[in-house]
Design a protein around this ligand. Structure first.
Ligand code: FAD
Length: 454
């Protein structure tokens, strides 16, 4: 491909949104070149650092992303932190269009006293720890307490609960980090409570994740029957997915599971965190104070209202799983702080011609990979429509990666190309093999770079 042969599009973020947007652009327009810039030396975003290690089938999307990464009109540039190493304006000058697909790297805080105490973690960090995110490698969660409390009842909360309670045999051949595997092998956590503000009919997890909890070996369900009053009567009017989910929950309440199980888990509904309680020395979390709620209204839109009653739960590990959050990466890009997204209309960033967005930064941090795929395909289609409608000035040649690579060089930044990531990949698979695992992830960015550029 000659440097002046067609539209050049730049994508910021090498997670599912970035790869799916690239895939669609490459497919729809035979002359378009696409460059992906990624902050980390390694690609795939939350498929690598979010999806649970015992869900290898979910990670099969990596095969499709790899085809895109190897495509002759696509180039991947890892180890480039956009907003810091290069600005969005610089990218806009070098490309005909820029797509923001940088996900949701922040996290929502509970906003309660004691949240910063040792023993309290965000699900994002905890998940990052067991999945080998370099910035979380020193997390060292103390697992010497019997009870863990997770705040939030979505799929991420259930992933964390499952990893905390799963028999180590279930995890040892996965790509969970060896650090985490060893810590979990010595864990004293026997009881995991999964707390939500609202009731069983408002729970946000999906049936697959709930079924995995129900079927977890050596565990039983420990629920409060009072939380389920009136639920049996409501069943018949529920939409089908919600009905199946609720039936499964009711079954778990009724049967409880294996009586001889050494571990247990349970939902705690109608409760909001009020304060993390510290021990006498004030040095670490030893419990959590919850406010009891009642529901106002019904169905998906029911609201939790406090009743004034409080309840203290002793626990040494608290994980808040109340949501990820996108953050602004460059002051030149519009950002809606209230919704924590880049404001856009169908993927066109508000008031900024030639700038687009896809994935979690476009619609907020919810939805599975398939949702992100559809949403990214939509953004790619809109971008192509704009190209074809003459809204992007394709008459000027754009230098693309050539100019950006030169610019980065003056700043002492060197990218990791896709073929160089493949060296990291091979090294990880090799280490994994010697441990009887699918992969042993490298945890250190410098080590990744050394292997990539060797
Ligand atoms: P991300 O995956 O976060 O990708 C964003 C990328 O942008 C990252 O690689 C990041 O490093 C990069 N980036 C960030 N800032 C910059 C910057 N300044 N410059 C350059 N690059 C940058 N979905 C399922 O279907 N099944 C599951 O089992 C499942 N499990 C999940 C478990 C967890 C814990 C989480 C959090 C999510 C899970 N999901 C699952 C949802 C799925 O991961 C998301 O739908 C999807 O990853 C969103 O894609 P994205 O590209 O928008 O964001």
């Amino acid at each position: 491909l000659s440097s002046s042969s067609g539209p050049r599009v730049c994508i910021v973020g090498g997670g599912p949104a970035g790869f799916y947007t690239a895939q669609q652009l490459l497919k729809a327009r035979q002359n378009t070149a696409v460059d992906i810039y990624e902050r980390l030396p390694v690609p795939f975003g939350l498929v690598r650092f979010g999806v649970a290690p015992d869900h290898p089938e979910v990670k099969n999307v990596i095969n499709t992303f790899t085809q895109t990464g190897q495509h002759e009109r696509c180039s991947f540039h890892g180890n480039v932190n956009v907003g810091k190493d290069v600005t969005i304006d610089e990218l806009r000058q070098a490309y005909h269009a820029v797509v923001l697909s940088y996900g949701a790297e922040g996290n929502r805080s509970m906003g309660i006293p004691g949240e910063g105490l040792p023993g309290v973690f965000s699900a994002k960090d905890f998940v990052g720890w067991y999945n080998g995110l370099p910035s979380n490698k020193e997390l060292h969660p103390d697992l010497s307490f019997e009870t863990a409390v997770i705040l939030g009842q979505g799929n991420v909360a259930l992933d964390v609960a499952r990893i905390l309670l799963a028999p180590v045999e279930m995890l040892k051949e996965t790509d969970i980090t060896q650090n985490a595997l060893e810590a979990l092998a010595g864990s004293k956590v026997r009881r995991v409570l999964i707390v939500g503000r609202r009731g069983p009919l408002q729970i946000a997890c999906t049936i697959k994740e709930l079924r995995e909890m129900v079927n977890l070996p050596n565990t039983r369900a420990d629920m409060l029957p009072a939380d389920f009053e009136g639920i049996a009567e409501a069943l018949k009017d529920l939409p089908r997915p919600r009905k199946r989910l609720t039936e499964l929950m009711m079954k778990a309440v009724k049967e409880g599971g294996d009586d001889k199980a050494e571990k247990c888990w349970g939902f705690r509904f109608f409760r909001s965190p009020v304060e993390v309680l510290a021990g006498a020395d004030g040095k670490r979390a030893t419990g959590i104070r919850l406010a009891l709620n009642k529901l106002e209204g019904s169905g998906e839109s029911a609201r939790a209202e406090v009743t004034g009653q409080l309840e203290d739960v002793d626990c040494g590990l608290i994980i808040s799983s109340i949501g990820y959050k996108s953050i602004p990466i460059d002051p030149a890009v519009p950002f809606d702080p209230r919704r924590a997204i880049v404001p856009n209309e169908m993927g066109r960033v508000q008031d900024t011609a030639g700038l687009y967005c896809s994935g979690w930064v476009k619609r907020g941090p919810t939805g599975v990979i398939a949702t992100t795929m559809n949403d990214s395909f939509d953004t790619a289609r809109v971008l192509i429509q704009d190209m074809e409608a003459g809204k992007l000035d394709l008459s000027v040649n754009k230098p693309g990666a050539q100019a950006i690579t030169a610019l980065l060089q003056t700043r002492g930044v060197r990218a990791v190309l896709f073929s160089q990531w493949e060296k990291i990949n091979a090294a990880e698979e090799k280490r994994g093999k010697s441990l009887g695992k699918a992969r042993e992830k490298l945890l250190d960015v410098d080590e990744m770079l050394k292997i990539a550029w060797s």
